[in-house]
Write a protein that binds this ligand. Structure first.
Ligand SMILES: *Cc1c(COP(=O)(O)O)cnc(C)c1O
Length: 397
């Protein structure tokens, strides 16, 4: 048995140990409790459990020991009081919004968000009588201008997918607070290592744990983090009765993923910075957008709210779709896939894949041109990756 914790630990340490809940076998690695239900010693014990007088588990749609370990480890990393893990990132986003709005409420969202998030806001919410405003979130005054007396929720993603646009989180959080709305931040691209939305004043943080937290392309998952009052008072009943919870098997995979998150994300970010620098200024390239570079248009906000760059790079090629396809097809290490955050470097052409369903206007608004590529940098040798992109540029004629 280890000594009781008396000190506060840094993220790299919390990622290895926080939330561990050992069984009577005192196993080293986290146990996988692949069970739907739990037994009671007596009828009285069952009654006490259901009355909330005994804190044990009831049913894995509500909570499960392996999932609980994952939630607690994420809370330690994020500085959140409580969390609920979900079956996918989209289950997290949907539950975080839907659990707190009703007909007649108003939601404001940045336009540069993940496609499925935009679908929930633009297409699902209005069907249930929720008013929505979709704005260019990179302009702070747009948030103020969109506020209505019935504004309940504000939603943003920063850096955004795929153009790595930044929203000033502290600014929007202050506004949300002042009008009694809740700010939800989708923090996937920044990762919990490089950006802490709760410290910046946001109320709720959501992740697709499918991305960097798994980090090896295996399981889908998500998580919602906030204060205990909101999780228990607003989310909990909705969550228990609509069933978006994470499988314990996936939670176990994510626990192991968290143990290596720090080393993976730092190495991937190091390579991404080197690749962005190698690409910038090449004649075939109109623009490299990378949050770690001084030429990012919002470098001042990045310096205030992020403690690291990103594993993601947006590359805008001068030759449009033809150049983008020639470049993608010439790559030998980097693979084509719409996923991200993987140990394998992955590239996608948003205009014909992930952002294909947006209208031409919406794509133009978000700066998703035909020459834009989104690169998720993996764990391969940095120099092999640099060679792969610089050689592939030569295939563009
Ligand atoms: C992938 C992603 C999601 C959705 O997550 P899933 O796990 O695929 O459901 C939401 N937001 C962002 C920013 C993402 O990258």
């Amino acid at each position: 048995m280890t000594n009781p914790k008396t000190r506060k630990f840094r993220p790299a340490t919390e990622l290895i140990h926080a939330g561990s809940l050992r069984s009577s076998f005192a196993e080293t690695s986290e146990a996988l409790f692949l069970t739907q239900g739990f037994l009671y010693d007596s009828a009285e014990a069952a009654e006490a459990r259901f009355n909330g007088e005994d804190p044990g588990f009831i049913y894995s749609r509500y909570a499960n020991p392996t999932t609980d370990m994952f939630e607690k480890r994420m809370c330690a990393l994020e500085g959140a009081e409580d969390a609920r893990a979900t079956a996918s990132g989209m289950a997290a986003v949907a539950a975080a919004i839907l659990c707190q709005v009703q007909a007649g409420d108003h939601v404001i969202s940045a336009q540069a968000v993940f496609g499925s998030c935009r679908y929930i806001i633009e297409s699902v919410l209005p069907r249930y009588g929720v008013e929505v405003s979709i704005i260019d979130g990179s302009k702070p005054e747009n948030w103020e201008n969109a506020v209505r007396p019935n504004t309940k929720v504000m939603f943003l993603e920063s850096p955004s997918n795929p153009t790595l646009e930044i929203v000033d989180i502290a600014h929007v959080a202050r506004l949300a607070n002042s009008v009694g709305a809740k700010l939800i931040v989708d923090n996937v691209f920044a990762t919990p290592l490089f950006q802490k939305p709760l410290e910046l004043g946001a109320h709720i943080v959501v992740y697709s744990t499918t991305k960097h937290i798994d980090g090896q392309g295996r399981c889908l998952g998500g998580i919602i983090l906030s204060d205990k009052e909101w999780i228990e008072g607003t989310l909990q009943e909705y969550f228990r009765h609509t069933g978006p919870g994470m499988s314990p098997f996936n939670a176990w995979v994510f626990l192991k993923g968290l143990e290596t998150l720090n080393v993976r994300v730092r190495q991937q970010t190091y390579s991404a910075g080197k690749i962005a620098d190698a690409l910038a200024g090449q004649p075939q390239i109109a623009r490299v957008i990378y949050p770690g570079r001084a030429d990012h248009p919002q470098a001042d906000i990045i310096a205030r709210q992020m403690s690291g760059g990103s594993t993601m790079i947006a590359i805008d090629l001068k030759g449009g779709k033809k150049a983008a396809f020639a470049f993608e097809n010439a790559l030998q290490v980097i693979l084509m896939s719409n996923n991200l955050g993987d140990a394998k470097s992955l590239i996608t052409h948003p205009a014909t894949t992930t952002h294909k369903n947006l209208s031409d206007e919406a794509r133009a608004e978000q700066g998703i041109g035909d020459g834009l590529l989104r690169l998720s940098v993996g764990l391969e040798d940095t120099d092999d990756l640099i060679e792969d992109v610089t050689e592939a540029l030569k295939a563009i004629d």
